[in-house]
Design a protein around this ligand. Structure first.
Ligand code: URA
Length: 434
């Protein structure tokens, strides 16, 4: 078998055999296949795609490249959620303790932000002392004692994905359905879970801008998950506008604590409760979505979810006093208000533009190895549908990069549309793929 022939076969649009995929990927992991050949292969997959069998084989090979978390000795139903990435998507930080407070075991594994999208791991690291790296034994101890943990994918889990993702990131091959499917599912299937809920984002701030692509990605991941023994459901949610009010790291954690304290932020709560309900349903704890939503709402109202959040933060070395004293979270030296130059109803706040502006202010990274400023970001004062007067504040920038403010402001304002009539109110839950 020759690597050249495998690349050529995919380039010409043919389906690869299992042995060919294994030969190429295992060779890459050993260091026998150089980055330039793997890049050519990834680009061929980007243009030619992969069928279901090839995608499954790619996922399995990536899954087998590392170790699996064995949770069989931990009693209880284990469930996780994964989002394909968006702007202001802090759902996991609320959802993990919330679902754990309902009695499920949640080994939430998360990633870092890249480009205009944020990453839960970065957000959590803005909590002073919070450790996002734990050994498998520590993860299991956390699950036994607290019922949930939130950690980064360990070095040992699906190491092939980490190497491939770094390469995809610099070769413009991230937004490919089979590559995203294998990347996400190889990590999630290594977690030892019984059920998985996927939040597939679509819209300007998502990888999948188009709903048909989101459907195809959702279908592809659901099929792989179910065929490999993990009950998997996908929910397609809207990511045209940032989720909630905050976009950044510490400011998003702050918003999560607000929600756990009972603050009503409509779109954020809608998505969180719906995904949570699906997590309860996918492992058989509830049969109906509405009942599951009410159950979760009750756990926020009576303080159980916040209590679980505090336990989790404490277990992972973080300072639980942040809940009472938000000033313990990192905060920026500069706060700049961005105002509207006309009055009317907000009809759009482009999530991608807000994500880019926030990244420029220091909240995100352009490359995997860039540093981020945990305090930086954007707090929206208005959402789509709100009325805004001339000179009213649209958002506040939090940053230490004074030099980035005017460019970030220009980009932010490019994404804001104001009209004379209010837009139709839309749900952020678009479809369920089961
Ligand atoms: N998130 C991942 O983990 N992998 C991808 O390929 C895209 C989003």
């Amino acid at each position: 078998m020759r690597v050249y022939e495998i690349i050529k076969k995919k380039r010409d649009g043919h389906a690869l055999e299992r042995e060919e995929i294994e030969f190429l990927l295992e060779g890459y992991l050993r260091g026998d296949v150089p980055d330039y050949q793997m890049s050519a292969f990834l680009m061929s997959v980007f243009f030619r795609g992969m069928d279901g069998e090839e995608t499954r084989c790619l996922t399995e090979t990536m899954l087998r490249s590392g170790s699996l978390l064995d949770l069989s000795d931990i009693p209880g139903r284990k469930v996780d959620k994964h989002s394909t990435g968006g702007v202001g998507d802090k759902v996991s930080i609320i959802l993990t303790p919330l679902v754990a407070s309902a009695g499920l075991i949640v080994p939430m594994m998360t990633g870092r932000g890249l480009g205009h999208t944020g990453g839960t791991m970065d957000k959590l690291e803005s909590i002073p002392g919070f450790r996002t790296t734990m050994t498998n034994d520590e993860i299991k101890e956390g699950l036994r004692r607290v019922g949930c943990v939130m950690v980064g994918f360990s070095e040992e889990m699906a190491p092939l994905d980490r190497r491939l993702y770094t390469l995809r990131d610099v070769t413009a091959t991230v937004d490919s359905i089979p590559l995203i499917t294998a990347s996400i599912m190889s990590k999630k299937l290594a977690e030892g879970i019984d059920g998985l809920v996927l939040d597939v984002k679509t819209g300007s701030g998502a990888f999948m801008k188009d709903i048909d692509d989101a459907r195809a990605l959702a279908g592809s991941m659901v099929k792989i998950g179910n065929s490999m023994g993990v009950k998997t459901v996908a929910v397609i949610t809207d990511m045209d506008e940032p989720l909630g009010m905050a976009v950044g790291n510490a400011i998003e954690v702050n918003e999560c604590i607000d929600v756990l304290n009972g603050r009503q932020i409509d779109d954020l709560l809608e998505v969180t409760l719906y995904l949570g309900a699906m997590m309860l349903r996918v492992v058989g704890m509830e049969e109906e979505t509405d009942r599951a939503v009410e159950r979760l709402r009750g756990l926020i109202k009576d303080g159980s979810a916040l209590k679980k959040f505090i336990e989790m933060v404490e277990f992972q070395g973080g300072n639980p006093a942040i809940v009472e004293r938000r000033s313990l979270l990192p905060h920026s030296c500069l706060s700049v208000e961005v105002t509207s130059d006309r009055e009317g109803f907000i009809t759009a706040i482009d999530a991608e533009k807000v994500g880019i502006a926030s990244m420029m202010l220091g909240a995100g990274r352009e490359r995997m190895d860039s540093d981020i400023d945990h305090a930086a970001g954007i707090v929206l004062e208005k959402k789509v549908g709100d009325y805004v007067g001339r000179d009213d504040v649209l958002c506040t920038f939090c940053t230490s990069r004074e030099e980035a403010v005017s460019m970030a402001e220009r980009i932010f304002l490019e994404g804001v549309r104001i009209g004379d009539t209010p837009p139709e109110k839309r749900s952020r839950i678009l479809e369920v793929v089961a």
